[in-house]
Design a protein around this ligand. Structure first.
Ligand SMILES: Nc1ncnc2c1ncn2[C@@H]1O[C@H](COP(=O)(O)OP(=O)(O)OP(=O)(O)O)[C@@H](O)[C@H]1O
Length: 592
């Protein structure tokens, strides 16, 4: 990414080099000025030249710093945009394996370190190194012996600085990793703050995250200490050089082998080298810290990506060519009647633990299909495979006769709406939540979705209506209202197939009844597949799939299954007991 900005970086380096040259010319000129004092030569021109060189150096140095700052911000922006893109299109399983707080730290703080490393140190190191080199050459021309004395002292100091720089890089790596841990644990606790409070775990979290904050402080102090050692190790070398140069130089002036003007110029160069040498090593320190951040950024950038079309496409039978087709021909795509077929679908999260063992069933276009079964049977997994959150390990899933692995992801997810078990609402207004991700939604569409999901009364009773602000995780709405909002959000998109995962679990009996009626209405227009624990919500389904340990045990209507499926009978009788005297309706349509 830096390579893209190489011409500008090169320009900034050239500015820095010209500034360095202007700086390096000053001691030589001052040396001449001293030589000219007491002679007849005019001092005006050398003085004006020194002043001009000084001003040129100052102007170019600050211009270079500004240009590099700009480039640094640009590179950080590019890196952040790229990382964001990689994370947003990451494979869900690979993303799930990462700690979210750590991902956050990498995108926010590690990229900031990158800027310091790139903008302040890379160009700085080149310019400082050029200045040091130029200074050394000029010192060599003045007096090789004094240079040898200087070099002796500086070599010792450089070796010390080199060792310190290596340690600094290691310490910086540790510090970045601890900051990642700190971010991850902080995010974990904050995202579950009510659970933390309910479990009275404030102290536990406080001491755990506080412990990490302490480690971050300690490692930060270590980095600062090593950073602080870098410059003095060079300064001490310079001081020692200065002392040695003055002693040797005075001796040489005394015995006439060197003139005072040359000694003055040499000493000025030595002084002049202090700043570039110190900043050179500071720059190396920053670069080392930046390298630690770059390592973490590269790790995140390498996160596995979701693959769009998994199989080579066949020319016939393609549902839609691109997401744009869906938008452009919305009216024809809307509620196209799509059936779904699971054909010997196999899937496992862990290599030797199959979650689905050859699941086959067909969902007719339109109508309500319910999936029931004991906890852990694989119901949610089935829905997630249809959304292609994970690729199937065997068999295939057809949407309208088309293998979903042939359908571009954007198109597939435009056609299939998914309301998750943990319905997520986002910070923002109710209206923003409803049209989230959908650019072309009319007010009529929103009203219809609100009505179908039974949210219309609530929204019209709110003083700010659709403009009511919600907090993070839908704070401000009840669990049931959040579920209905999640359903409405999917209805706004007019999916061809609607997947509901425990969508009514948080509703009271009255709301549930209302939503059941709504779901029946929706099922009259599109295909609805609903995973349900509460069997009362599926008794009126057109077909019920009974899933157990990753296989389909039975298929039928509620009435049929009551007589043919032992597992379904068991599930219903357990719920009957659970519900006390509230018996399951033996038959019935919602609202009966
Ligand atoms: N991300 C995951 N990584 C590893 N195993 C998983 C993952 N998600 C689910 N599982 C496992 O896969 C199996 C099926 O899970 P799934 O959520 O599909 O079941 P379910 O029938 O929907 O259960 P429930 O009714 O309790 O929601 C379970 O044994 C579960 O532990």
């Amino acid at each position: 990414m830096t390579r893209r900005h190489l011409p500008k970086v090169a320009g900034a380096v050239v500015l820095g080099l010209v500034a360095a040259a202007a700086g390096l010319a000053q001691p030589a000129l001052i040396g001449r000025l001293i030589g000219a004092i007491g002679t007849d030569a005019s001092l005006v021109l050398p003085i004006v030249l020194v002043v001009v060189l000084f001003l040129v150096e100052a102007a170019l140095t600050s211009t270079q710093a500004y240009v590099m700052g700009r480039i640094g911000e640009r590179i950080v922006y590019d890196v952040r945009s790229a990382l964001l893109g990689r994370v947003l299109s990451a494979d869900l399983r690979a993303f799930g394996a990462m700690r979210q707080g750590d991902v956050f730290a990498r995108i926010v703080t590690d990229t900031s370190m990158l800027k310091v490393a790139l903008s302040q140190s890379v160009a700085g190191i080149i310019v400082d190194a050029a200045m040091v080199l130029g200074g050394v050459v000029l010192m060599l021309l003045i007096d090789p012996l004094l240079l040898a004395v200087t070099a002796g002292c500086m070599t010792v100091a450089s070796l010390v600085a080199f060792v310190v720089a290596r340690r600094l890089r290691k310490a910086a790596q540790e510090s970045r990793a601890i900051m990642g841990d700190f971010g991850a644990d902080l995010q974990r606790a904050l995202s579950a703050l009510s659970t933390v409070k309910a479990c009275r775990a404030e102290r536990l979290e406080g001491s755990r995250i506080g412990g990490l904050a302490l480690s971050a402080r300690r490692s930060g102090v270590k980095v600062s200490a090593l950073n602080a050692l870098l410059s003095p190790s060079m300064s001490i070398g310079l001081q020692a050089s200065l002392a040695a140069v003055i002693v040797t130089g005075m001796g040489r002036v005394a015995n006439g082998s060197m003139n005072p003007a040359s000694l003055t110029a040499f000493i000025m160069y030595l002084f002049y080298l202090v700043t570039p040498l110190v900043t050179l090593f500071m720059g190396i320190g920053q670069l080392q810290q930046g390298r630690a951040a770059i390592g973490r950024i590269n790790e995140l950038a390498a996160i596995e990506q979701e693959q769009d079309v998994l199989l080579p496409r066949s020319p016939q039978g393609v549902v839609a060519q691109s997401p744009d087709d869906v938008v452009a021909s919305r009216d024809t795509v809307v509620y196209r009647h799509f059936g779904v077929d699971f054909q010997r679908v196999r899937f496992s999260y862990q290599p030797d633990e199959p979650t689905l063992r050859g699941v086959s069933f067909s969902v007719p276009a339109r109508g309500l299909t319910a999936i029931v079964g004991p906890s852990g049977a694989g119901k949610t997994t089935l829905l997630q495979l249809l959304m292609r959150f994970h690729p199937v390990r065997g068999g295939r899933i057809l949407l309208n006769g088309e293998n979903i692995e042939l359908i571009p992801l954007g198109v597939l997810r435009g056609l299939v709406g998914y309301v998750q078990q943990e319905s997520t609402t986002l910070r923002g207004t109710i209206g923003e939540n409803l049209v989230y991700g959908e650019a072309h939604v009319g007010p009529g569409e929103v009203e219809r979705a609100l009505w179908l999901s039974g949210l219309d009364e609530l929204v019209s009773s709110l003083p700010r209506g659709l403009h009511t602000e919600l907090g993070d995780a839908g704070l401000g709405l009840s669990g049931g209202q959040r579920q209905r909002l999640a359903i409405a959000r999917m209805l706004v998109r007019r999916p061809s197939v609607l997947l509901l995962d425990e969508a009514t679990s948080n509703l009271d009996s009255e709301s549930e009844l209302k939503l059941r009626q709504s779901i029946r209405n929706i099922a009259g227009e599109c295909t609805v597949i609903s995973v349900a624990h509460r069997l009362s919500t599926v008794v009126d389904a057109d077909q019920i799939i009974v899933l157990d340990q990753g296989t389909v045990r039975d298929v039928g209507t509620h009435q049929q299954l009551l007589t043919t499926s032992a597992l379904y009978q068991r599930l219903t009788s357990i719920q009957f007991q659970d519900n006390g005297r509230r018996a399951l309706p033996a038959t019935g349509k919602a609202g009966e």
